[in-house]
Design a protein around this ligand. Sequence first.
Ligand SMILES: Nc1ncnc2c1ncn2[C@@H]1O[C@H](COP(=O)(O)OP(=O)(O)OP(=O)(O)O)[C@@H](O)[C@H]1O
Ligand SMILES: C[C@@](O)(CCOP(=O)(O)O)CC(=O)O
Length: 458
Amino acid sequence: MSDTTIAERNPTVAVSAPGKVLLAGGYIVLDRRYTGLVFGLSARIHVLAHEIPTSEGVHISEIVVQSPQFLNATWRYGYRLVDNDGGIKVTQLQTGPPVDANHFIETTLNYVLTYIAYADKDRTKGSFKPASFVVLADNDYYSSPLSPADEASAGAGKDGQHRFRHYGTTLRDAHKTGLGSSAAIVTSLTAALLAHYMDPRAFDITSPAGRRVLHNLAQLAHCAAQGKIGSGFDVATAVYGSSVYQRFSPSLVPGVAPGEAGFASLVTKTVGDGVEKDNWDYNIHPVALPPGVAIRMVDVDCGTQTVGMVKKVHDWRDAHPHDAAGVYGSLQACVERLAEVLRGGKTDEIGGAMRPVRELMRRMGQDSGAPIEPESQTAMLDALEKVAGVYGTVVPGAGGYDAAAVVMRDDKETEQKVKEFLEGWSKEHGIRVSLMAVRGETEGIRKEDVNQFRSWLH
Ligand SMILES: Nc1ncnc2c1ncn2[C@@H]1O[C@H](COP(=O)(O)OP(=O)(O)OP(=O)(O)O)[C@@H](O)[C@H]1O
Ligand SMILES: C[C@@](O)(CCOP(=O)(O)O)CC(=O)O
């Protein structure tokens, strides 16, 4: 096995992308006239790429993606070059017991292999050496149904540290915590494919041009896999880290599917090369946390239907344009104020900047009929805000029942008080709310040292 060197083709590489928490700007960020304040998270999805060695004379053309933290999570793909500029299309190979399709992985392979086949000039189109991609998600993306002892017997902690927990379930049965796993995996897998297959002189993940290509391509793949065009704040955060984010124009996303005539040229042209001016009009204004301040997440363990909520809010906005414009405008002012408070390190103003976000989101929820800050969350967050060291709270993103974000003093004492509060609240209310280990962080996509993942190279 070879280590990564700069000029080598098909090197062993590891990359990681963070999850996200949208502190302010849910719903309004879908409209390009507004923005959202989003933080990256310490929970990252790592992808390790390496060539599958073949014996001399043996020809296999297989790309394998596996998520060893889940049962039945090895996806094998064959691929072919489709006529009429249809690009590269992968097909899942079923070689043993049936494995559920993974739409996000399959779609990412279709988009990224097509891009590489057409953008990498030295490559014989349609020719990719067999490779394996191992996906390792930091623990907080899913609630664990297992005790640590069960986890050990399910095979976790290969590296001796339980760093990547085994969930003992299939992905379908895992309980997501809403940290943006699909955007992180699409972005991380896109970066790993580009870094593994592209000429290193043409693609460098650490350069501004490399990030632009990664961003554009991952947004297209993510929109296609989701079957809708969201604001893209989650993919943008996976690439660039924390920011005040203004979305791209939805009209940029081509309406042609993998394999259809013209798909390859459209994708390659739309993504661009990151150097020449492209049409992507998103904007990223970085933000960071003041020293001594942490963003932490509370797992509320329920689950929300974001699609239904967005429809309700949009129906209300269309029926009451005047009221909606007022609420949208006030929320936009909150995004800007909170960003300014954090950038300026004005810790004592965080609470005052966050409170109106909750009030306005509640109002939007009441007026539209979407449970953005349900009453059960209101009661818990009102009480949590009284805990010493807590600056402010919010139901992040689209809102709902599945998570809460807490901006608080970054010290052991505050953490202990918040944990005790949540334990007490769980007992009193017969629900399960807990403080996750994950915290807000600023960094986006990152190249990782392959050596930390050696034990996952089979
Ligand atoms: N560890 C993983 N390995 C492989 N695929 C994964 C993994 N985690 C997530 N996925 C893919 O992402 C999909 C989940 O995407 P979905 O958009 O429902 O969740 P999410 O992005 O975590 O949600 P949210 O936007 O609420 O945070 C899974 O069905 C699977 O296709
Ligand atoms: C409602 C929306 O603005 C935010 C959804 O955020 P989340 O997936 O709940 O973190 C949708 C979007 O921005 O794509």
